[in-house]
Ligand binder design. Structure first.
Ligand code: NAD
Length: 316
């Protein structure tokens, strides 16, 4: 157990929230975990269920169902709460409903005196993270979204499989919106320190550029493919949330494609998007500025334009 108190409050104990909580417990990432949900019975039941695993775990965590006052001394508040799209509901209508849900969450969190870091997973994640920044008035480095961390993990897995290389040695990112306009800046993709473009040129008999394009499309369609098979996705995003939480508690200054506020970076202003960020104890402490090609810059600009439009639809 860590000596220092490391407290996480999780808001939204659905599939995503509880996958995060379960991975948090199994990886012994914090020593206090408070669960909040509009459905208090669900949060209470989930806390009981996790507590019953403590005897078999290496963790020594305090886990309990809580009210918003529990946020007052939390280090990180993770938001996985939200409503899903009703049949026939437009995107602006869904965005406005989720903004109303977020008002009912962010206001009491801030009123509790919370002074830590917000971490958001609710979709559309870049927009909902922007909503949290606006509603909380917090400095943007303390308001982070999961962004394209999961998409990047999917890309690294698929490239690792294709090249028969450990995904940990695959250095490549998905950037932009977590959604339809996301893309892979292939000019920045490396296996070890060798650019993927060079590998494809040098070993053209085995590896093909067209396969890279197919992998990019597979990453973008992964969520839909999983949803078609099992209705929703949650383990991967739960582990992405744990990865970000660890980077914060460990003051790792890890490079992760979280959703962060762009304020001049890549020529973008006033928009949250997934780009390689340096994540440490104070949240997003910097950006790794990639040298994108002109075409990749255009793709990022177009993705940010879409996100700006979505944010307008929240009417904030
Ligand atoms: P879910 O329906 O299982 O859980 C949502 C939870 O939010 C429920 O327990 C519900 O009671 C709670 N909730 C609703 N309104 C609330 C409120 N006002 N206050 C507190 N709690 C409230 O959904 P899920 O499958 O866990 O998905 C949660 C979110 O995560 C969705 O928006 C989903 O799209 C998103 N998601 C994001 C990623 C990503 O990469 N960022 C990946 C997968 C899912």
């Amino acid at each position: 157990m860590q000596d220092e108190k490391q407290k996480v409050v999780l808001i939204g104990t659905g599939f995503v929230g509880m996958s995060f909580a379960y991975a948090l417990l199994n990886q012994n990432v914090c020593n206090e975990l408070a669960l909040i949900d509009v459905n208090k019975d669900k949060a209470r039941g989930e806390a009981m269920d996790l507590n019953h695993g403590l005897a078999f775990s290496g963790a020594n965590m305090r886990i309990y169902e809580a009210d918003y006052e529990a946020c007052s001394d939390a280090d990180i508040v993770v938001i996985c709460a939200g409503v899903s799209q009703k049949p026939g509901e437009s995107r602006p209508a869904l965005l406005q409903r989720n903004t109303t849900v977020f008002k009912s969450i962010v206001e009491p969190v801030v009123a509790s005196g919370f002074s830590g870091i917000f971490l958001v997973a609710t979709n559309p994640v870049d927009v909902m993270t922007h909503v949290v920044k606006t509603l909380s008035g917090f400095d943007s480095h303390r308001v982070i979204g999961t962004g394209t961390t999961l998409d990047t993990a999917r890309l690294r897995f698929l490239l690792g499989e294709y090249f028969s290389i450990d995904p940990k040695n695959v250095h490549a990112y998905v950037i932009g919106e977590h959604g339809e306009s996301e893309f892979v800046p292939w000019s920045q993709a490396m296996i070890g320190t060798k650019p993927v473009g060079k590998i494809v040129t040098d070993y053209g008999d085995r590896f093909k550029k067209s396969d890279m394009d197919a992998i990019g499309i597979k990453v973008k369609n992964a969520a839909q493919e999983i949803i078609a098979a099992k209705q929703s996705t949650y383990y991967g995003i739960g582990m992405s949330l744990v990865r970000i939480t660890k980077a914060i508690f460990g003051n790792e200054n890890s490079i992760l494609t979280t959703s962060s506020y762009l304020d001049g970076d890549y020529g973008q202003n006033g928009v949250y998007a997934g780009v390689p960020c340096i994540v440490g104890r104070n949240g997003v402490v910097g950006h790794l500025s990639l040298e994108l090609t002109d075409y990749e810059m255009q793709q990022l600009q177009s993705s940010c334009g879409i996100l700006r439009q979505y944010y307008k639809e929240t009417n904030l």
